[in-house]
Design a binder for this molecule. Structure first.
Ligand code: M6R
Length: 627
């Protein structure tokens, strides 16, 4: 989605704005622009396509300017042309916008009737002219912005530069993320903190309904009624180097390789092997009333949704509490039955996904308890929830989620164990008040000792899964020209199939679908012929024999099996045209963390062979901040 950056500096700003935009590239965009203010005049440079097209135009901007704003646009209203690129300007004002103005048509028609000429097809330009109209009455900028926001419906993170106040930038937040960064002799704003990392780690996360003003030496924040607010910065714990490629060809490859360390860190942070306990404080569970929880609903999108589907298997089994999983974009528009005994859990890497955030707001309004599993500290979703389990996976820049998925699955598993642990202690639960009886029930469901053993060896198994990647490259070379691909799995491996298919289509643009093995006969088997590669995920779990039967059904129709399973599984090997070995966990939910690694590599190598843009695949955005 669109990225915004603004800087007010006592020295030069153009290069830093451009570099800020480069750090926002991961969000996905198709045009870009920068505006500066120098000696009473607004200067702009804009281009279609990627930042490499904008770079040569930077020399046309006044290099000594200390104030400016940049924008990467992910087209929603109007094609990705230079004319539609931001900033939008009048003689007096420059404006950048991330989000969607839902009532822009009505506003535009009124403005056109009043004689305003529009240069672009965007919804954003409406805001520019509304602001110009307010300012033309002699209104101060803060009051003008207060007047404009009253007229807007939708989501917006706005940056505004104005000749009438040449040393300040104004920022408005409603629905779309905007942060303010505090420097020593300059201040910044951006759509996310990652853009500002090398410049500052002191960040003020604006809330919806807030207006900010930055100068080189000062920051002020008001609410939409004009009340001045006291906002202290948070200090980020991400280093600037955690956002670079560290010598890898792509962010995605780097992030795949980071998984053993992320998994090991999460386990050492959340698990106390000495006392065989999960650190429930670190999980934020002390802030929930677990005692009253009678059902759990996960809401999420994309990869996060698939991770939550794995949570259904492990959390429900461990806690004995019914778990359902919903796509955030569906949940928010139906009228789900919710009450104060429902715990709604948002799963999100970015913490900014608009649909997931809307679900949490809805759940809060219904009196539910709310919790999130999230990677980005201080982002909007954790701030809207009662408690959060932070994944601490470090920035994920590649649009295709990798380390966030495995980290989410581990977090769900540990959440389930922690909840079960609390039930066993009699501190929560949905059953009886008799401690011994409760204890027994949990003990019959959860083999804590086995779970701790499985967790202990997990990081080294993930490491092994990563070290088998050479073989996968050979498989990719064989299949990279395929037009379609199916992925099959059963039990928790069904979600690995879904995730494998999503990864492949996202970055290689090959049509791919994931199915539960048992569903094959109910339709998809009609697609199987000798041209159809079928990735069969068949770990040695209780679904193994059933998966083997599904594989036989595919073979009977000449389908091409790429088996993924235990290195010593001679049966699977003999049934596969190609075989990818994968380490095995004793736990079928933790196995998904291992089985998904070959899916990540397969899609990565296929995409590289096809020459697609691995980190910023076409049409996709990292942070989906509009519906
Ligand atoms: O930031 P979130 O986890 O809320 O994002 C959800 C999805 O947009 C995301 O997982 C998306 O599906 C990824 N591109 C998948 O690789």
């Amino acid at each position: 989605m669109c990225g915004v950056v603004g800087i007010v500096s006592s020295t030069r700003c153009v290069q830093n704005i451009f570099e800020g935009l480069q750090r926002l590239e991961y969000r996905g965009y198709d045009s870009a622009g920068i505006a500066t203010l120098f000696e009473g005049k607004i200067h702009i440079a804009k281009s279609e396509g990627k930042l490499k097209n904008l770079e040569p135009l930077l020399s046309k901007l006044p290099q000594n300017s200390g104030i400016g704003m940049g924008h990467t646009r992910w087209a929603t209203h109007g094609a990705p042309t230079t004319l539609n690129a931001h900033p939008h300007v009048t003689d007096e004002i420059a404006l950048i916008h991330n989000g969607i103005i839902e009532n822009y048509r009505e506003l535009k028609e009124t403005l056109i009737r009043e004689g305003v000429k529009f240069l672009s097809e965007t919804d954003s330009e409406v805001v520019l002219h509304l602001l110009a109209k307010e300012l033309s009455k002699g209104t101060a900028m803060l009051d003008a912005l207060k007047g404009v926001v009253k007229q807007l419906h939708g989501a917006y993170g706005l940056g505004v530069m104005w000749k009438g106040d040449p040393n300040s930038l104004y920022i408005v937040k409603q629905g779309s993320p905007v942060v303010i960064g505090l420097g020593k002799t300059e201040n910044y704003f951006a759509s996310d903190a990652l853009a500002l990392l090398p410049l500052t780690q002191k960040i003020i996360f604006l809330n919806d309904g807030e207006i900010g003003k930055i100068t080189a030496s000062d920051v002020q924040v008001w609410d939409f009624s004009g009340k001045l607010l006291k906002r202290d910065p948070s200090i980020l714990n991400w280093s600037a180097s955690s956002a670079d490629k560290a010598g890898f060809r792509h962010y995605m490859l780097k992030e795949i390789h980071e998984q053993p360390a992320v998994i090991a860190n999460t386990i050492s942070r959340l698990v106390n092997f000495g006392s065989s306990e999960i650190n429930i404080g670190e999980l934020g569970l002390n802030e929930l009333d677990l005692q009253s929880v009678r059902n759990i609903i996960y809401v999420a999108c994309g990869t996060a949704h698939y991770s939550a589907m794995i949570a259904k298997y492990c959390v429900e089994q461990m806690t004995g509490i019914p778990v359902s999983v919903e796509l955030a974009s569906e949940f928010r528009y139906r009228d789900p039955y919710l009450n104060q005994n429902t715990l709604v859990i948002a799963v999100t890497q970015s913490g900014e996904t608009a649909d997931t955030l809307a679900c949490i707001k809805h759940a809060v309004s219904k009196g539910c308890q709310t919790y999130s599993v999230c990677n980005v500290r201080f982002s909007s979703i954790p701030r809207a929830c009662q408690a959060t389990l932070y994944m601490e996976a470090g920035p994920e820049v590649g649009v295709a989620s990798t380390k966030a998925f495995t980290s989410m699955v581990l977090c769900h598993y540990l959440f389930g164990m922690a909840f079960a642990q609390e039930i066993a202690k009699g501190k929560s639960g949905n059953s009886d008040n008799n401690l011994n009886a409760t204890d027994k029930k949990v003990a019959s469901r959860v083999n804590f000792a086995a779970n701790f053993e499985a967790l202990k060896v997990l990081p080294s198994l993930v490491d092994r899964a990563i070290n088998s990647s050479g073989l996968i490259e050979d498989v990719a070379v064989k299949y990279y020209e395929s037009l379609n691909c199916l992925f099959l799995g059963r039990g928790p491996s069904f979600m690995v199939a879904l995730e494998g298919a999503l990864k492949l289509k996202e970055i290689s643009y090959i049509h791919a679908e994931g199915y539960a093995g048992g569903e094959l006969k109910h339709g998809p088997i009609a697609l199987v012929d000798k041209h159809m590669p079928i990735v069969a995920i068949a770990p040695l779990d209780l679904h193994y024999e059933k998966m083997i039967s599904n594989i036989e059904e595919v073979r009977a129709r000449e389908g091409v099996i790429i088996g993924v399973g235990d290195i010593n599984d001679s049966k699977l090997k003999s049934l596969s045209v190609d075989f990818i070995p994968c380490p095995q966990s004793q736990d079928s939910c933790l196995q998904t963390i291992l089985s998904v690694v070959p899916m990540q590599f397969l899609s990565y190598f296929i995409a590289v062979k096809r020459g697609t843009d691995v980190d910023q695949p076409r049409n996709l955005a990292k942070s989906v901040t509009v519906e």
